[in-house]
Design a binder for this molecule. Structure first.
Ligand code: ARG
Length: 276
């Protein structure tokens, strides 16, 4: 990889962000998106900058991908694909509107020196938005955006031993990162109402699940970015901040309501670039 910054200078990892210059709601592919409720440009810019500064303040290293005009959801870089070591599996989006992003992400990761791998079948796989690691276990969201076969293909391309498929049941929580957040190998936040009972049961055998209150889960509180012991997450969710505190984590709330109009928040706006 070209990128050889000293790891110890950036203990909170490397992340890819996309500035929100072209962020908008010009189609509707999830229940949050309404062309009658489009984002306010200045507010979205301010919220994105606040998120960006929080990353920098917490010692993360940030890379940027150039935004493009025809792809207003490209700001949600979590959906670019999934990184493991120097390999990157490119997403295969469910919707035609987002498939237009694939060539931009492919080029960026290729230029950055990753081995870019592709889903060969017609099955959907929406990247880190639907696939979250806790240690060596990958939790994959299915039902709305990614297919079980898409996850299995990504799993084999990246050589992942343990994949837990998790069934999402509420279309408002259509990606796993909207409702689940591993804090470390042993603990995760979960908005349990977003998952089938069977899935919660299966997940609980792999990791200790800490349930967030329903009204905060509804506000995407699980859409959180974990930087060591610091967690960046949506604002106005005090009970979850207390829960994090009791687990030894510090909450860094950021207002995300403009990005919620597109159906995403803090975690959707970034993808982790360094994962061994
Ligand atoms: N409007 C985007 C979509 O529907 C939002 C993506 C949110 N990303 C995420 N990782 N949950 O695809």
């Amino acid at each position: 990889m070209k990128n050889n910054q000293r790891e110890d200078l950036f203990p909170n990892g490397k992340w890819l962000l996309c500035q929100p210059h072209h962020f908008d709601v010009i189609y509707e592919i999830n229940p949050w998106m309404s062309m009658k409720n489009r984002p306010e440009r200045n507010d979205a810019d301010r919220q994105w900058q606040d998120l960006h500064h929080t990353f920098l303040r917490l010692g993360a290293y940030i890379e940027y991908i150039t935004p493009h005009g025809n792809v207003p959801d490209m700001v949600y870089t979590a959906n670019a694909g999934l990184v493991k070591g120097d390999k990157f599996v490119l997403s295969r989006f469910r919707h035609a509107e987002r498939r237009l992003e694939e060539p931009y992400f492919e080029k960026w990761f290729e230029d950055a020196g990753y081995e870019v791998l592709k889903i060969r079948s017609d099955h959907a796989f929406e990247g880190e938005g639907d696939a979250l690691f806790a240690g060596d276990t990958l939790f994959g969201g299915v039902s709305f955006r990614s297919d079980p076969e898409g996850h299995k293909e990504a799993q084999s391309l990246l050589g992942i031993k343990d994949l837990v498929l998790c069934e999402l049941t509420n279309p408002k929580f259509y990606h796993i990162d909207t409702s689940f957040c591993p804090l470390n190998e042993d603990d995760a936040l979960i908005f349990r109402q977003a998952f089938s009972d069977d899935s919660v049961e299966r997940m609980s055998k792999k990791i200790k699940l800490h349930e967030v209150p329903e009204e905060e889960g509804e506000r995407f509180v699980c859409n959180a970015v974990v930087l060591g012991k610091d967690v960046i997450l949506p604002s106005d969710c005090p009970r979850t901040y207390e829960l994090l505190d009791s687990l030894g984590y510090n909450a860094y709330p950021v207002a995300m309501n403009e990005f919620m109009k597109g159906g995403g928040a803090s975690k959707c706006l970034c993808i982790r670039l360094d994962r061994s």
